[in-house]
Design a protein around this ligand. Sequence first.
Ligand code: FE
Ligand code: FE
Length: 320
Amino acid sequence: MTATALPIETDWDNAPSVLDGARTLRLSPQERNLPYWLRHVAGTMLGRLSDDAVPEAAPTEAVRTPGPLREALIDEFTFRHLAEEKAARALSLLVFHAPGTDDLEFFATQLIDEARHARAFKEHLLRLDLTPAEIDAAIARTAATTAAAVLDPLEDFGLSVLRDEDDYYGGVLVLTVLVEGVLAPAAELSERKWSPLDPAAALVERGANMDEIRHLAVGSSVVRRYLTQHPEQRPRLLKLITEGRRLWEELPMRQVLIRRESLFQEGLAQHAGLVGDYEIWSGRRLVDTGIEERMEAAERWSRETQDSRLAYMLLSDGAR
Ligand code: FE
Ligand code: FE
């Protein structure tokens, strides 16, 4: 069999981090269509998970025993599960409104990606020795608290654009910049911080993050294509960005993150031995980081990711 070049973003060994990939890769829906996805994502990327080519560890004792670290993981993964399900549902409307086959195929694959992510986060919780009933109860708790406070208003905003206004490009913009552009950098932080404490959780994040590179890059190329052809639509899309950012400022995401990072911090102190000298980023040991520092990093990454995507979409005056 001749070796065929693997698209970099589907290569477990060489894919960039979501931060680098989402800022720099240029991917279009024409190339990231259904045959691409079946071959490189379902075929190679996911295939390597099921044939054990990507080494998979079981969840560590540190997260399988009750305590703050396990609570932090449950808190985070139930939230992610709910966010991914909402994304999958919203994507059905992008598929519905897609103006042509390329866009339809790409967003159909993204819909499946998000449904897979929702499943992967939930399945990881099952591996923490929680019963399905306990997981459902934890998901219901998160749905009624942090998800209700943050995800429900975001979903309402997205649906007002996609369902009430039938605004396909507005919907792509909201999803790419205001949802994925914020959540992907948080997921990058998550992958890095769980890596020494629960490598299996970090692997779930890594798989999802490789998909996010594609979602961010293709979503922004769809908006760029549209604004190149219809420059008169810029003010309308800029207004949407401003409205979305105003909404984000009102959402209690900070409180959600403080709670999550506080639990993590307690767990980190308890399991410092597992973490050792592991560096969360170059020159900085995870054990030396604090709640604020990690939150600030995610916040900065998110701003940088959004700004670089907006510039690529020809909407740089929407950047801060
Ligand atoms: Fe996702
Ligand atoms: Fe995504």
